[in-house]
Design a protein around this ligand. Structure first.
Ligand SMILES: *Cc1c(COP(=O)(O)O)cnc(C)c1O
Length: 435
């Protein structure tokens, strides 16, 4: 498999180049040249465990670049926890993606990426520096995936005061090769700083830099695995599948479209957004108007300039009408999110997190457009409700249990480097660290 940059179809890159560069030198995002057909896997899917089907799906994307045995090991280490379907109603399900170490779906992509980069770095003698911007969940998933990996240093940039207490504890209490950088600014500032660092030739000569945001193709590919896994658990429903995807940078949605292109029978995707509805507006009126993000309860979706939109545009050849046939999008504010959490709890006795709650409302809006009984709705529950304990407990007026793996980091001491949102300060800091 070869990869190309969204800004230039002519030049081909290997998987290793795409993974280690993260962002292409021309500023484009890497895309696989084609999508291998997995229709055979789909017809025999019950015979595969989650890790086995993941291995089948990933194999053609890697080709000979990682031996089968190494790839097998990487998959087993990365995809080491389940993606579980839970039933809300007759035709409505939740796909729980939060059974990993940091309790959000980003563990799938981040762990695969970390193991893959660790594999490629092991054969070289210079260390690798990962820069990652996070609006909350990315950072902890990435930090956790890379924790204690020899030869890799991780710098996590997050917007000061704009992530939850729990998220901050998850980000800032790891030691060893992980450094948390607290930026006096927004998530978009963090993302801009990271992009600027990658385009900074001088810095790149001094440091071996790579990215770990959802722009990295090795984070995206494994996110298609659980769409297949959901289908496996529901396939005797024999209906049309609709996935509702709580969306921010649109990585999760892009991975779903990848799965469909590989032959997974999906009728529609719904991009559920909060008040940061740039993508919803884009589908509606064709204008892409990035703007500053605003803070909401579903803060991992607080994105004003979704980075994976360029990939989605490519996937549909910039044909907005084709995109509209497959993807619907609806947006909801914080008040809606609270009522949604309440409704899901009262109607189905299920505790949903603020991101999943937006996904639930979007699915409801969608079925309002096409209320066919033949449709199976699957809401991606992207984070564990305990990660948003305050909001969830207040909305539902209950106490929720915090899983052990989360409780552990809550009592540790926070350790961060504080920087302004000016690129100069980030550069100076990284420069001083790179001895
Ligand atoms: C990152 C994240 C999202 C948004 O996913 P994208 O791939 O950026 O669209 C949604 N929910 C949670 C809990 C997240 O961590």
């Amino acid at each position: 498999m070869k990869y190309y940059s969204t800004k230039n179809r002519q030049q081909a890159f290997s998987f290793k180049e795409a993974v280690m560069q993260g962002l292409a030198a021309d500023g484009g995002l890497f895309m696989p040249e084609y999508f291998p057909s997995q229709t055979k896997l789909v017809s025999n899917i019950s015979q595969y465990s989650f890790a086995e089907l993941s291995l089948e799906i990933i194999k053609p994307f890697i080709g000979m670049e990682i031996s089968f045995n190494d790839l097998h090991r990487i998959i087993n280490e990365a995809i080491s926890f389940p993606a579980l379907i839970s039933r809300l109603a007759k035709n409505l399900f939740v796909l729980e993606l939060h059974h990993g170490p940091t309790l959000a779906f980003k563990d799938f992509g981040a762990r695969f990426m970390a193991k893959t980069m660790g594999f490629f770095t092991a054969s070289e003698n210079k260390s690798l520096n990962i820069l990652v911007a996070t609006s909350g969940d990315t950072g902890s998933a990435v930090a956790n995936g890379f924790y204690d990996t020899t030869g890799i240093n991780v710098y996590i940039l997050y917007p000061s005061g704009k992530v939850s207490f729990i998220q901050e504890q998850q980000l800032t209490t790891l030691d060893k090769n992980i450094t948390a950088i607290e930026i006096d600014g927004t998530f978009d500032d963090c993302q801009r700083l990271v992009k600027q660092a990658f385009l900074d030739k001088e810095l790149n000569i001094k440091m071996n830099l790579s990215s770990a945001n959802s722009i990295n193709i090795s984070r995206l590919l494994p996110q298609s695995f659980y769409y297949f896994e959901a289908y496996k658990q529901l396939k005797n429903m024999q209906e049309e599948f609709v996935f509702s995807v709580p969306s921010g940078n649109l990585g999760n949605l892009t991975a779903g479209i990848f799965a469909k292109r590989m032959g997974l029978p999906v009728k529609n995707f719904i991009a559920a957004t909060n008040s940061n509805d740039v993508f919803t507006q884009y589908l509606l009126n064709g204008d892409f108007l990035p703007r500053k993000s605003t803070q909401t309860y579903s803060n991992a979706m607080d994105v004003g300039d979704p980075s994976n939109l360029v990939r989605i545009d490519k996937l549909y050849n910039y044909e907005l009408n084709e995109m509209r046939e497959e993807i619907y999008s609806f947006s909801f504010n914080d008040a809606d999110t609270i009522s949604s959490m309440k409704e899901v709890y009262e109607k189905f006795n299920y505790i949903i997190d603020p991101h999943g709650a937006v996904g639930y409302l979007a699915y409801k809006s969608f079925t309002g457009l096409d209320n066919s009984e033949k449709q199976t709705g699957i809401i991606l529950e992207t984070a564990h409700p305990a990660k948003f304990q305050d909001v969830v407990e207040k909305a539902l007026n209950i106490k929720i249990d915090v899983p052990q793996r989360l409780a552990e980091c809550l009592t540790k001491n926070k350790s961060t480097i504080k920087l302004s949102a000016e690129y100069k300060s980030l550069k100076e800091f990284l420069w001083s660290r790179n001895y």
